[in-house]
Design a protein around this ligand. Structure first.
Ligand code: ZN
Length: 181
């Protein structure tokens, strides 16, 4: 399930962040959002996503729900948001056998399109991260001028930035602050 974490953060950041890595960005919408997110996926998932006619609108709705869950703050609020997403996307566990791989567990949603199936997977992934790592594993990048979210799967829960680039920017800024005056 933790393999979903980078994809969840990327979807939320593509669709909702207005500042990223120190620069103003325009959140992606519609077909642009669908294509930008599809570029993160493997071949079969990309084709399935782009076959959904209004994928961009459906992805934007999913991203909004995920962002609210990731940034809910208090553990009880976070859990309520994640439970709501699990219900909304109709996540249900079942075993799948991919070619050449043993059976493994999926949590596809039961909604209309591939996007709702993905929503079920993502909502369950967040629930499993809370269950396995505890609360406080989601946040917004602490670097200057960045609204990107991150999911912290480090052993000691030390992550504060969305990317290596923002970590480096924050270190540089802290160094400058220390060496001023
Ligand atoms: Zn950042």
């Amino acid at each position: 399930m933790t393999r979903q974490a980078p994809l969840i953060a990327e979807l939320v950041n593509l669709a909702t962040a207005r500042l990223r890595g120190g620069s103003a960005v325009r959140p992606a919408q519609g077909d642009e959002l669908a294509e930008a997110f599809a570029a993160q996926l493997g071949d079969s998932a990309r084709a399935a996503l782009l076959a959904v006619s209004d994928a961009g609108e459906r992805l934007a709705a999913l991203a909004t729900g995920l962002r609210a869950a990731l940034l809910a703050g208090k553990p009880a609020d976070q859990a309520a948001h994640i439970n709501d997403l699990i219900r909304r996307y109709g996540a249900r566990p079942y075993l799948v056998e991919d070619v050449g791989q043993p059976f493994h567990l999926h949590f596809h949603g039961s909604g209309d399109t591939w996007v709702e199936a993905l929503g079920g997977e993502f909502a369950t992934a967040l629930a499993l991260i809370v269950d396995g790592y505890g609360p406080g594993r989601f946040g917004q990048c602490q670097a200057h001028r960045c609204e990107a979210v991150y999911i912290d799967l480090t052993r000691n829960g030390s992550r504060r930035y969305c990317s290596a680039a923002c970590t480096a920017r924050a270190k540089t800024a802290a160094y400058r602050t220390r060496h001023q005056s």
